[in-house]
Every structure is written in structure tokens, then in C-alpha cells.
Design a protein around this ligand. Structure first.
Ligand SMILES: Cc1cc2nc3c(=O)[nH]c(=O)nc-3n(C[C@H](O)[C@H](O)[C@H](O)COP(=O)(O)OP(=O)(O)OC[C@H]3O[C@@H](n4cnc5c(N)ncnc54)[C@H](O)[C@@H]3O)c2cc1C
Length: 412
């Protein structure tokens, strides 16, 4: 079968690698480089993650096997232990915050008491918005002092107007027993990404380049038209395929496919997403700290990735992230107020970065995906499926599509 894949990010290249031994696979990428959101720019040996720092791990052994056995051997990666902090009320405390109550007690005992009291009496009821979900799972004080302000920042939305559907499974919630045990004796960090892999080359692009090996990628080829003609697909009036997999954003795809009903286009127009602005800085030595969260309103940043601590040997570099479109000057001014940032090195503004789970998310994505299924087009990836997926989940979803298509026979 001839398969056309739109995009060359982790999703597109993963599914292509899973299929290209069996089918004739061609990828189309609008940019002049592969890798999509995960790609980096190497600045004198420092990998600048243009859309924010990335670390790789998976709970799914099949995903790890795919990466380590087929793409980049395990000995080409090193393990980094997560050491995340939170800048909280002018203090630096450990992440996750629910296990840092003793640290909070050192500067505000009453706040720590309120956190404990509310966490233990949280009733875990079902809830229909994100703000309520935080209160139900973590108690009122932690929700109001940390989780709601941080999420307000990262989503640029009032968590009361957001669906909690993405958060289950994505944000680990401790049970009351673990919370209490941790008050008595600090527990071992067993959350996802407690450890993660980073390439020994100190640049994530090594993984992306390995993923692209043997693939036929047409760079600088934006797909602007998709036409179904009988059992065949015509892309840009030029390329013919038996099957199409799209990883382009779901809010754009319906407008590119000829004949999409206006009701589906109307649903696509409802989908919301956030951009992210980033600045790479030389920073001072922060020990092994991997990243810092900033929930407070007094800074535009929501997170700093201390990317130099992903490298071996470590280097003192930090990427500051801010949701939305922020100018160089805004990022510089905000960064100059942070004591460990010493010199700006580079700056970038992304387009697609975070899917927003507002109240339209579920009905709009369901309608669009049902339509795509009805015409036989597969959509895949963080913006292809319009879900808050990390690289490992993109690879997992690529496996599902590949499993379906490897058993499909080539057209004579
Ligand atoms: C700030 C941030 C931090 C993150 N951190 C992590 C992390 O630590 N760990 C982790 O595992 N994941 C992380 N992620 C998620 C990870 O980046 C994504 O899951 C993954 O990169 C998505 O890959 P994708 O192929 O689905 O999409 P994309 O990378 O968006 O790829 C889609 C590709 O399609 C191309 N395209 C779009 N339209 C067209 C068109 N019309 N024609 C041709 N080409 C087109 C785009 O140019 C792009 O290259 C993070 C994401 C963000 C935003």
C-alpha cells in the first residue's frame, strides 16, 4: 500500500518506522526540518528545546522496546533523576507539593496545618470542572494556593471553566495513606518521570534523527489540499496514496479536506490551544535541579527547565517558559528578576504547544474524529488527536494505527 503521512514529528516518524518495512511510506513536512514540537536547535553544544524542555520515559514496555531496540539503543541514553522544585511564596520547596508539607511548615506553620486538614477531609467526589477536581482530590488549601493558580497560568483559562478529563492519569494523586506516611517519613518518589532518559549526545535531536533513518521525508512541503477519489487520496493535486495518516492539527485538517461538512468545520473552529514563548539563559549552578514551577502571578513564567542538568557533564543553562505570545523584551525583563538567570542566549515563540480542555473540547473532537473515521482517514498525535499527549503516548498511539495497517495488504 502507498501511505502518505502528514508531518514529521514524533508521531508521524514513529508510525512511519513501524510501517515502512511493509508499505511504501512518504512523509510531508511543512518546515525545513524534522521533529515538530520536540526538535531542538544546537547552540555550541547546548540543545535549546525551542518549544520547552523534553524528557523521555514510558510506563509502557512496548514503547521502551520500540525506542531502545529499533531507534536509539539504550546505551545511547543516560538516566536523569528528576529533582523538581516549586517557587512558592518566596521559598523554594520540593515537588510534588503534597509531599513538601514539612518544608512549608518551616515558613508558615498555619498554612501547613490547613493543607493537612483539608487534604485529609477532601472527599474525592466526582466533579465537573477542573478547579473542583483539584479541591476534591487535594483539599481546598492546596487547590487554592497552588494547583488552581498554576493551572490558570498554564491554560490561560479559568480552571472553573475547564473540563477535568485530561487530568486523570496525567497528574498522579496520592492517596490519604501515602500523604500521612509522608508526613511521618519522607517517601521515595515513585511518580511518573521520577527518572527519565536523555540522549548521551546531550541533544534530543539525536533521537529524532535516529527516528527519521530510512524514511522518505519531503521537507518544506505543506499539505494544503486532500481529495478523496474513490479508494485513493490525492494530496496537493500531485501525490496519490491508498491511505493517509495526518498528524497536522485537528483544527486545520477539516479545512484542507475537500468536501468537509460545514458542521465539522464549525466544530474545528471551536478548538483552542496555547502557544508557548521560551528563552534560553546561562544560569548559575543549581545542583542537580531539573526544573522549577512558578505558580505565582508575579512572574509571567510558569516553569523553568534547567536543561543543562539533563546533560552529562552538567552545564548551567535554563529555558524559561511562558504561555502565550511574549516578546523578547517581556521575557528578558521577567528573567532579570530571577537571581539564578545570568545571561539570555536565545528566544523562540512556538505556534501549537498545549491543547486547551475547555467545555467544547470533548464534543468538538468527537465529532471531527467520527467524521474522519467515516471517510477512512487516520489522525494521530498531540494536535492530530487534540489531546495532552507526551511523546510516549504519541508512540503508543502510532502502534495502534500501525498494527491495523500492517495486516492490510498492498494494492496490486
Ligand atoms: C512545552 C512542552 C513540553 C513538553 N515536554 C515533554 C516531555 O518532557 N516529554 C514528552 O514525552 N513530551 C513532551 N511534550 C510533548 C511532545 O512535544 C509531543 O507529545 C510530541 O512532540 C508531539 O509530536 P507530534 O508528532 O504528535 O506533533 P508535532 O510535533 O506537532 O508534529 C506535527 C508536524 O506536522 C507538521 N505539519 C503541520 N501541518 C502540516 C501541513 N499542513 N503539511 C505538512 N506538515 C504539517 C508540523 O510542522 C509538525 O512538524 C512537551 C510539549 C510541550 C509543548
Amino acid at each position: 500500500m502507498k501511505i502518505g503521512i502528514i508531518g514529521s514529528g514524533v508521531s508521524a516518524m514513529s508510525v512511519a518506522r513501524m510501517l515502512n518495512h511493509k508499505h511504501q511510506v512518504t512523509l510531508f513536512e511543512q518546515e525545513n526540518h524534522i521533529g515538530g514540537i520536540a526538535s531542538t536547535k544546537n547552540l555550541d553544544g547546548v540543545a535549546y528545546h525551542l518549544v520547552g524542555g523534553h524528557c523521555f520515559n514510558s510506563k509502557n514496555q512496548a514503547v521502551l522496546d520500540f525506542v531502545f531496540n529499533n531507534i536509539l539503543a539504550k546505551d545511547q541514553w543516560h538516566l536523569v533523576q528528576r529533582d523538581a522544585k516549586i517557587a512558592f511564596k518566596n521559598h523554594t520547596i520540593s515537588y510534588p507539593i503534597e509531599f513538601a508539607v514539612q518544608e512549608i511548615a518551616q515558613f508558615d506553620e498555619q498554612l501547613a496545618v490547613n493543607i493537612i486538614e483539608d487534604f485529609i477531609s477532601a472527599d474525592n467526589q466526582s466533579c465537573d470542572n477542573l478547579a473542583q477536581w483539584f479541591v476534591e482530590k487535594f483539599g481546598k488549601t492546596l487547590a487554592e494556593e497552588y494547583l488552581i493558580p498554576y493551572n490558570q497560568k498554564i491554560w490561560h483559562q479559568d480552571p472553573k471553566k475547564m473540563s477535568p478529563s485530561w487530568v486523570e492519569g496525567k497528574l498522579p494523586t496520592p492517596n490519604k495513606k501515602d500523604f500521612i506516611k509522608n508526613l511521618l517519613h519522607p517517601q521515595q518518589d515513585t511518580m511518573p518521570h521520577a527518572y527519565f532518559y536523555y540522549p548521551n549526545s546531550n541533544d534530543q535531536n539525536t533521537f529524532l534523527t535516529a527516528l527519521s533513518a530510512g524514511l522518505d521525508v519531503n521537507l518544506e512541503t505543506k499539505i494544503t489540499s486532500i481529495v478523496k477519489q474513490g479508494n485513493q487520496w490525492l494530496l496537493n493535486n500531485e501525490y496519490t496514496f491508498d491511505h493517509i495518516i495526518s498528524t497536522m492539527p485537528l483544527n486545520k485538517l477539516p479545512f484542507v479536506i475537500q468536501g468537509t461538512p460545514s458542521a465539522i468545520k464549525a466544530q474545528a473552529e471551536k478548538l483552542k490551544y496555547n502557544q508557548v514563548s521560551n528563552m534560553l539563559w546561562e544560569s548559575r549552578d543549581l545542583g542537580g535541579r531539573t526544573w522549577t514551577y512558578y505558580p505565582d502571578k508575579d512572574t509571567i513564567f510558569h516553569r523553568h527547565i534547567h536543561i543543562g542538568n539533563f546533560f552529562i557533564p552538567k552545564k548551567n543553562f535554563t529555558i524559561t517558559e511562558s504561555i502565550g505570545s511574549k516578546s523578547y523584551d517581556e521575557m528578558l525583563e521577567a528573567g532579570q528578576k530571577i537571581d539564578y538567570l545570568s545571561k539570555p542566549v536565545d528566544y523562540h515563540q512556538s505556534d501549537y504547544a498545549y491543547v486547551v480542555y475547555d467545555n467544547n473540547h470533548q464534543s468538538a473532537t468527537t465529532d471531527i474524529k467520527d467524521y474522519l473515521t467515516s471517510i477512512g482517514l487516520d489522525t494521530l498525535g498531540r494536535f492530530g488527536q487534540w489531546e495532552y499527549f507526551n511523546m510516549d503516548i504519541c508512540i503508543e498511539n502510532a502502534m495502534r494505527i500501525a498494527e491495523k495497517l500492517v495486516t492490510t495488504q498492498r494494492t496490486p
